[in-house]
Design a protein around this ligand. Structure first.
Ligand SMILES: C[S@@+](CC[C@H](N)C(=O)[O-])C[C@H]1O[C@@H](n2cnc3c(N)ncnc32)[C@H](O)[C@@H]1O
Length: 271
């Protein structure tokens, strides 16, 4: 077992994987069907599928696609090719809105992908009624699977559509969104290239989708409702500029690496 792990680690390191030992251990644990922390207690032969899993990772396929799930707050979200892998920085949006929610809040996640944000809010605020909107048919398949039995309402839709969720207009307490925002042509790691292009890139300036998210949020939120929207580290000023007319208490926030990462704003009363 140890020599297989050592060999896999060397192979992943040579392929440029950032955390070769951890990934090798996680892949072996996945193939054995045990927690990584239990690896040292497992005896017996290395499963044949381990070699194939290491090969996939050495080709820089994301670890989460190979094991089929991604951690997000207290959840394990099912993911695979065709859906964006939830990122740790997006967890901060949940912290931004949870303290601002009253009783039985109505929450909408725009550009919801696997449903990570919507599912986390539904789990951490069981009294919330949560809707999740996504355009990609493939991502929607993953979201339906993740949302099954959770109470989250999944909606196929485009944030560019001004008639999105008409029954909720002016009634929503919080909108969260991690839309695509990377400027097209930006050099990214091979693992990011595995995410669907239209989940990551948003036109030459990266701002092709955020204005529509803000416009939909303005329509959906009730007066005093809160928006939390993630953005590229270079977009703080541009996003704050989009939050002028119908918003108050506008603020930008940094992620755990200190980079500008998301904006919050409260829907102002005057319409
Ligand atoms: C960066 S991913 C985020 C997914 C999820 N919110 C998360 O944080 O894991 C952006 C998602 O927005 C979806 N998307 C892109 N353009 C959209 C649009 N115009 N309307 C609705 N969804 C869109 C993509 O398909 C993708 O699933």
């Amino acid at each position: 077992m140890r020599s297989a792990l050592d060999a896999a680690t060397r192979r992943l390191r040579a392929a440029g994987v950032a955390s070769p030992r951890v990934d090798a251990e996680l892949l072996l644990a996945h193939c054995l069907g045990v927690e990584r922390s239990r690896l040292s207690t497992v005896d017996g032969p290395v499963p044949p599928e381990f070699e194939r899993a290491v090969e996939r990772r050495a080709n820089r396929e994301p670890l989460q696609y190979i094991v089929g799930h991604a951690a997000f707050r207290y959840l394990d979200v099912a993911v695979g090719p065709g859906v964006f892998i939830p990122r740790p920085e997006t967890e901060l949006l949940v912290d931004a809105v949870l303290p601002r929610l009253g009783e039985t809040p109505l929450v909408v996640d725009l550009c919801a992908g696997s449903g990570a944000l919507a599912l986390a809010i539904a789990q951490e605020r069981p009294d919330a009624r949560v809707h999740a909107v996504e355009r990609s048919p493939t991502a929607l398949q993953w979201m339906y699977r993740n949302a099954h039995g959770t109470g989250v309402t999944v909606a196929a839709g485009d944030v560019a559509d001004s008639a999105l969720l008409p029954a909720l207009h002016g009634r929503v307490d919080a909108v969260v969104s991690n839309p695509p925002y990377v400027p097209t042509g930006t050099a990214v790691e091979p693992e990011v290239r595995a995410d669907p292009d239209d989940a990551v890139f948003a036109g030459p300036d990266g701002l092709a989708v955020i204005p529509a998210v803000i416009a939909r949020a303005a329509t959906l939120l009730k007066d005093g409702g809160v928006l939390a929207v993630e953005h590229d580290e270079t977009h703080a000023e541009a996003v704050l500029g989009l939050l002028r007319d119908r918003w108050r208490d506008v603020a930008d926030h940094r992620d755990l690496t200190g980079r500008p990462r998301y904006a919050t704003a409260v829907r102002a009363a005057a319409r």
